[in-house]
Design a protein around this ligand. Structure first.
Ligand code: PLP
Length: 438
């Protein structure tokens, strides 16, 4: 924080930034690999594919690639980011629920792994496979319908979830088995049942159900047709303290106890973790523009609100964030805590990063840091009030007792905001040919 202020990355002219801890990201990647290497039979092929949606930033994807982590993409944009980062097709997985024929064709030409979401999508893949064979590893995504967790909007394995083939629906399991028996090129099976708010035992049951289905299909096929299981991502993150819990090591051990057959070397493994790899390594920092009082409540008006912490602002009970107070030089503030609101810059009353939070008193020119925001926060700009996307900087020790910074994303300029708001088409509507102005 002090270095960012000294360097001018943060200040009156740059009142909100995102900061990424490069060493922390590397450590998380290494702990993910180590956790599964410790429980998998030696030599088992394993691909950890980072869910790009969690932090869709090209330099982050390249850093993860350098740490041996591939990419799970779910849109043409995410695939373009992964390719720009240099993630090879063989380490990329495409999973979206709404893939167009053009997207499927491109993935199959590139040799990217694809998990078909539903029967209609599988028909499209059938047609593509008839017209040209592909190296792409192909599978079907299933939903074991195990129920949800504590957050409805991130629960993927509910009975009526929009994702995958709902396995417990009448006839669905038999349809899946037949789909494999009819298509020797289907060699993977995919389920993603975890996310924030999902208990680990429920995630392990998701993997167990997927494994059981693969065993059933292989038995019916009389050969090891399914050679790789994609168990998805979704490890929850602890937003309440600095502790990284649950750890990948704990989850991997739990999985091995619950589904030993998944680890004996007969199946290759794909994982798709997102939030748990990046959340704890990002901080959004905002300057206090004004500090005031209303109805007896202190209010710090900062530059971070709904545009960088959308979920927290709209659903604060499910997505609380820790806030740390810093002074104008970037030193942690101490002193008596005061109950205060930490507000954002947007023009609606609910734009609060934290409500009635006890913190050292924030004054004008201080900074409020929202911790654990490296995934699904400042990289997910929401253009409310045409607020500019903040700059994002990676930091690491410079080896001489200081801190080195690198630009990950430039702050958005006003010209870019205008251009993205149709600036090139300013008279499109006034000159539209209508009976009145013809
Ligand atoms: C979002 C998503 C992930 C990653 O989920 P996290 O909770 O960020 O780990 C993995 N796989 C699929 C298919 C997803 O949609």
């Amino acid at each position: 924080m002090r270095a960012a202020v000294e360097r001018g990355l943060l200040g009156p002219a740059a009142p909100v930034v995102g900061l990424l801890d490069v060493a922390g990201i590397r450590e998380s990647a290494a702990s993910l690999r180590a956790a599964f290497d410790a429980v998998l039979a030696p030599g088992t092929p394993v691909l950890h594919a980072f869910a790009v949606k969690a932090t869709p930033l090209v330099p982050v994807l390249r850093l993860l690639d350098a740490e041996g982590i591939g990419a799970e993409v779910a849109s043409p944009g995410e695939l373009a980011l992964a390719r720009a980062a240099g993630v090879p097709p063989a380490r990329t997985v495409l999973d979206s629920p709404a893939k167009t024929p053009a997207e499927l064709r491109e993935a199959l030409v590139l040799g990217i792994a694809v998990n078909a979401d539903n029967p209609q999508e599988l028909e499209r893949i059938d047609a593509l496979m008839r017209s040209a064979p592909s190296r792409s590893p192909l599978g079907i995504r299933v939903n074991p319908q195990l129920g949800g967790g504590s957050i409805e909007s991130t629960s993927t394995a509910t009975a009526t979830s929009k994702f995958g083939v709902a396995l417990r629906d009448e006839g669905a399991r038999e349809w899946v088995v037949r789909a494999y028996l009819d298509r020797p090129w289907l060699t993977r099976l995919h389920a993603h049942t975890g996310s924030q708010g999902i208990p680990l035992p429920l995630m392990a049951r998701g993997a167990a159900e997927t494994y059981a289905l693969a065993e059933e299909i292989n038995a019916r096929a009389g050969r090891r047709q399914i050679d790789t299981l994609d168990i998805g991502g979704g490890l929850p993150v602890n937003f309440a303290s600095d502790a990284t819990t649950p750890t990948y090591a704990r989850y991997a051990r739990l999985l091995r106890e619950a589904v030993p057959g998944l680890f004996d070397g007969r199946y290759g493994l794909v994982t798709e973790f997102g939030r748990s790899l990046l959340a704890k390594h990002g901080t959004v920092v905002a300057r206090v523009e004004y500090a005031k009082s209303a109805g007896g409540r202190r209010v710090a008006v900062t530059h971070a609100g709904v545009q960088v912490a959308t979920r927290t602002v709209y659903v604060p009970a499910a997505w609380p964030l820790r806030i740390v107070a810093y002074d104008a030089k970037g030193r942690p503030k101490s002193g008596t805590e005061v109950v205060q609101d930490v507000a954002g810059p947007a023009c609606f009353a609910g734009d609060l990063l934290a409500e009635a939070r006890a913190l050292p008193r924030l004054d004008q020119g201080d900074y409020a840091a929202a911790l654990d925001t490296g995934a699904y926060y400042f990289a997910h700009h929401y253009a409310y009030n045409s607020l500019a996307r903040p700059g994002i900087y990676g930091f690491a020790p410079d080896g001489a007792g200081g801190t080195a910074f690198a630009t990950v994303r430039e702050p958005q300029t006003l010209d870019e905001i205008v251009a993205e708001a149709g600036g090139a088409h300013a008279s499109a509507l006034t000159t539209l040919s209508t009976p009145e102005n013809r």
